[in-house]
Design a protein around this ligand. Structure first.
Ligand code: 5GP
Length: 184
């Protein structure tokens, strides 16, 4: 099975995905490739495959990606076919932590094999606070992420289910229930 998690950045999506991976050993996160620089303690092959723009464009022309996108201007992100093969080869369900457009594309590709879950922030104001507190982005980058978030919220109804991450404990419980009914 394929589990897709999408959300405006700062919605707490990664925390919920982390919770899922810690509580289940039959799932594995699909590691995307990106041309952005590592943040903080991020490592190549752990959070992302960090590759150059030239290499990314070479892989596009070789049709190595299931989907790819310029999520932010000039920054590529994409899912390698080889990554899905690797995880399914190990007998695991594939988990995607991906932006909204990418999530919709993956859902279209995999249909009923996939469950697309949208993690929504309680409000744009809460989102601004969270991104500011995280302290990893400049004020301009935060505004760029917020503008994108407003647009992304409009696509929430295209997902199979929406979890509003207001209270983390409640969101985790909602997620567990969702996974239980989809996979067991
Ligand atoms: P960040 O730079 O904060 O790690 O990620 C920026 C955005 O890119 C997030 O919304 C993240 O989910 C998305 N993203 C990560 N990997 C992929 C991918 O493989 N494809 C697409 N379309 N988006 C991705």
């Amino acid at each position: 099975m394929i589990l897709i998690f999408s959300a405006p950045s700062g919605s707490g999506k990664s925390t919920l995905v982390q919770h899922l991976l810690e509580t289940r050993n039959d799932m594995e996160l699909s590691i995307s490739a990106t041309t952005r620089a590592p943040r903080g303690k991020e490592q190549d092959g752990v959070e992302y495959y960090f590759i150059s723009r030239e290499r990314f464009e070479q892989l596009i022309s070789q049709e190595a990606f299931v989907e790819w996108e310029q999520v932010y201007q000039g920054t590529y992100y994409g899912t390698l076919r080889s990554e899905i093969d690797r995880i399914e080869g190990a007998g695991h369900h594939v988990v995607f932590d991906i932006d909204v457009k990418g999530g919709i594309n993956i859902k279209r590709l995999f249909g009923d094999r996939a469950r697309a879950i949208f993690i929504a922030p309680p409000s744009v104001e809460v989102l601004r606070e969270r991104l500011t507190r995280r302290g990893t982005d400049s004020p301009e980058k935060i505004e760029e992420r917020l503008a994108k978030a407003s647009i992304e919220m409009a696509d929430a109804p295209l997902f199979d289910t929406i979890i509003v991450n207001d209270d983390l404990t409640a969101a985790k419980a909602a997620l567990d229930k969702e996974i239980q009914s989809f996979i067991g």
